[in-house]
Design a protein around this ligand. Structure first.
Ligand code: ARG
Length: 459
């Protein structure tokens, strides 16, 4: 075992078991490009502040470039006994360029280094997620346009409620995704401050320039407090929360589409390209990708829970526990990338079954509320109209017919207020055409929503 960079006071080497147990390089090596960026910025600042010579700076910068090239061509040995990405890069740099490299860690600790890397990584991760959200929104809007006039039964309590236009339903998810994107953007702007220069926790007595490194790394500025700078993980919790909410949103969509794809509903048919078969039942065609979108929300929520519990009992400043934040972070981001991508692919590969929907719509008296509104328009108080229509529904249920099949006499027997024009309110097509309120499922309102989203998403 080589001597540790921190080994001065130690008399014995670390045991095998502890080395294996405490290393993080196996997974934090993916922060290498952020780590190199941070080191470059720090190095330039040290030179600008007279803490190293320009010639040492240039040697270090060249060395860092070489290390990056080696990592990228798979020609870099990651060593568990060097613990993490930071020590691997620094030790390799010292091997490569010698003495000048020993100045790089001036006024820096892994405590501020690691969280600077993670902030940079999260910034890019969020940009990638935002792009994928937009792609999914576009896919949903396309699907909405392709099915602009189709009606589906809307459910509450999983019982038939009122008719809604397919685009209205799909745009509900587009709205949710919009807020998901908003949460990510908020998180991005709040996390975009620099920890670098917080050092171990107290800052430093050396004349560093934290504003310079913050600027160099594209941060809005340095964090005001060095203890906060090394202990803050609330930006991670925000990102993981935003991801968990995305997971929940897409899980709900997935559940709906899995139901819709069943024989019992039959509202959609996923194409073969997004379906899988059974190893035993030859007839099966399963909507597995959507089941997995639903299933993967579990681990996305789990990642948030992990980091919440990880942080809740920690005293201030850096504690090694915090190393455990990385795997849930990486997993959450990768999984959310995946569910966004696959849901968009699924949306591109799904057909709404107009015939099946048309056959299904008459059941369940979806027009009953529209009928109650008809009576309100005739001057009846809503509570009374609710009761009158309830009794009309009872007649229809008993006779196993639809509301539109009741004769005018039958309606008038319930209340003389009914007139011939009642039939213009009955049946799903009539019913859905009566919606006018802002944000409702009325054709014009939905067309407005579609226009809004076409415009928004074309920017
Ligand atoms: N690998 C560590 C982490 O991910 C880096 C910081 C370690 N700091 C320390 N003083 N041991 O949190």
């Amino acid at each position: 075992q080589e001597a540790k960079l921190w080994g001065g006071r130690f008399e014995k080497p670390v045991t095998e078991a502890v080395t294996k147990f405490s290393e993080s390089v196996s997974y934090d090596k993916r922060l290498y490009s952020q780590d190199l960026k941070g080191s470059r910025a720090h190095c330039k600042m040290l030179a600008a502040q007279g803490l190293m010579t320009d010639s040492d700076r240039d040697t270090i910068l060249k060395g860092l470039d070489e290390i990056e090239a080696r990592i990228e061509r798979g020609d870099f040995t990651w060593r568990a006994d060097r613990e993490d990405v930071h020590m691997n890069v620094e030790a390799a740099l010292i091997e490569l360029v010698g003495e000048p490299a020993k100045k790089l860690h001036t006024a820096r600790s892994r405590n501020d280094q690691v969280i600077t890397d993670v902030r940079l990584w999260c910034r890019d991760a969020i940009d990638g997620l935002l792009e994928r959200i937009q792609t999914l929104q576009v896919a949903l809007v396309r699907l909405a346009i392709a099915n602009q006039d189709l009606v589906v039964p809307g459910y509450t309590h999983m019982q038939r409620a009122q008719p809604i236009l397919v685009p209205h339903l799909l745009l509900a998810y587009v709205e949710q995704l919009d807020r998901d994107a908003g949460r990510l953007r908020d998180c991005r702007s709040r996390l975009n401050f620099s920890s670098l220069g917080s050092c171990a926790l107290a800052g430093t007595g050396l004349p560093i320039d934290r504003h310079m490194t913050a600027k160099e790394l594209g941060f809005s500025g340095p964090l005001r407090n060095s203890v906060d700078g090394v202990m803050d993980r609330d930006f991670l919790l925000e990102l993981l929360s935003a991801n968990a909410i995305i997971g929940v949103h897409l899980s709900r969509l997935a559940e709906e589409w899995v139901l819709y794809a069943s024989e019992e509903f039959g509202f959609i048919t996923p194409s073969d390209a997004v379906s899988t078969g059974s190893s035993i039942m030859p007839q099966k065609k399963n909507p597995d990708p959507m089941e997995l979108v639903r299933g993967k929300s579990a681990r996305i929520i789990g990642s948030l829970t992990t980091v919440l519990v990880l942080c809740k009992g920690l005293p201030s400043a850096y504690n090694r526990d915090l190393q455990e934040d990385k795997e849930p972070l990486f997993d959450s981001v990768e999984t959310v990338q995946g569910i966004l991508e696959v849901t968009a692919e699924f949306a591109d590969n799904v057909t709404f079954n107009a015939d099946r929907l048309a056959k299904s719509l008459p059941a369940g008296h979806l027009d009953a509320t529209t009928l109650a509104d008809y009576l309100v328009k005739k001057g009846m108080p809503f509570r009374t109209s609710h009761d009158v229509v309830g009794r009309a529904v009872a007649v229809a249920v008993k006779e196993k017919i639809e509301l539109q099949d009741l004769t005018l006499e039958q309606f008038r027997a319930l209340d003389p207020i009914f007139e011939e024009d009642v039939y213009g309110y009955l049946g799903v097509t009539n019913s859905v055409s009566k919606f006018i309120s802002y944000g409702s499922t009325g054709a014009e309102r939905v067309a407005e929503q579609l226009e809004y989203w076409k415009e928004r998403l074309s920017q």
